[in-house]
Design a protein around this ligand. Sequence first.
Ligand SMILES: CC1=C(CCC(=O)O)c2cc3nc(cc4[nH]c(cc5[nH]c(cc1n2)c(C)c5CCC(=O)O)c(CCC(=O)O)c4C)C(CCC(=O)O)=C3C
Ligand SMILES: [Fe+2]
Length: 375
Amino acid sequence: MPEALDATPYDALLLLSFGGPEGPDEVVPFLENVTRGRGIPKERLKEVGQHYFLFDGISPINDQNRTLLDALRKDFAEHGLDLPVYWGNRNWAPYLTDTLREMAADGRRRILVLATSAYASYSGCRQYREDLAGALAVLEGEGLGLPRVDKLRHYFNHPGFVEPMTEGVLRSLAELPEEVREGAHLVFTTHSIPVAAADTSGPAEGHGDGGAYVRQHLDVARLIAEAVREETGTDRPWKLVYQSRSGAPHVPWLEPDVCDHLEELHGAGAPAAVMVPIGFVSDHMEVLYDLDTEARVKAEELGLPVRRSATVGSDPRFAAAVRDLVLERAAAESGRRVTRCALGALGASHDLCPVGCCPARTPKPAAAGTDSPYA
Ligand SMILES: CC1=C(CCC(=O)O)c2cc3nc(cc4[nH]c(cc5[nH]c(cc1n2)c(C)c5CCC(=O)O)c(CCC(=O)O)c4C)C(CCC(=O)O)=C3C
Ligand SMILES: [Fe+2]
């Protein structure tokens, strides 16, 4: 056995994710959960429902999280880190509130949360903190003793997140026909969000110009593009583009859309492209439908050879990165010496979201931040 690792003061890790349907009967109730009070047009919902029905109503996201849980437990056990790992979702079973109740019943008092979103944004960060506050409020209403909940910092620039994706791009390039490989463009893609939400993402001092959301993605894209150049000796043009837009058409969202960009690349004579889904942790529906189905059809129509590179999923390097982040935060919380691992120009993100970080349009209590009502 390796020497035991010390996660004190924490006594559990909670994987917090989006959730997804696992059968045709679950699609509509799932979409109702996702969109409750969010003003997404009915047309968009029907369309997104169709995406799920194309895959028998089954989103792969839950199985991917089950696999990630296994990878985390295996990594922790192999490294002598004695920390139980739980899983709860925002929009589908196992629901966060039920998991948190179970954790409280198991006597967990200090919980560290890993959200399956690597970047700062309302949807990827504060909304998960609101979910935690909502679940804590339910437990409080039931008269249960509340555990203290902290959230791991953003991990977009951790080498255990960036390196598996870089390797994925190299694999995708190798799969392209040799005659177009050299000239292939890199198309980094992430979830579009409203421009107003992007501009206010991250801490207040960095608001504007796409905020932390766009800056963090640009940093990861540049890191991967540079690593690929070093590995292949070819300096490929690259761009950050967006996918999966929803919302009303008159509200500006981040652009260009990945399909429009493929069209533009083709028009400008690019011989091939690799789509690199840096915004996502696993190959869930946004990757499977919006890239592997919709964007691929677009590329085929254009006659543009494309490949889609891998997300980190349950790569052992990602599991190791989570262990590293857990130990980093545990050290910080208990006044031990801290080493913060981060690539790129932005450095390691904050542990605690400050007031005004990724604000909601309608303010709501959020846990695991400076303004948490649950200390
Ligand atoms: C930034 C971001 C991430 C990445 C960070 C993270 O992972 O959290 C993400 C992930 C995901 N989004 C997902 C699914 C959906 N997102 C929707 C709607 C929206 N997403 C938004 C943003 C994001 N979303 C936004 C600004 C909206 C508009 C309305 C709102 O603010 O709510 C809708 C409603 C219909 C539609 O408009 O498309 C659905 C069904 C799934 C599950 C996939 C599966 O089932 O495999 C996952 C992982
Ligand atoms: Fe935030």
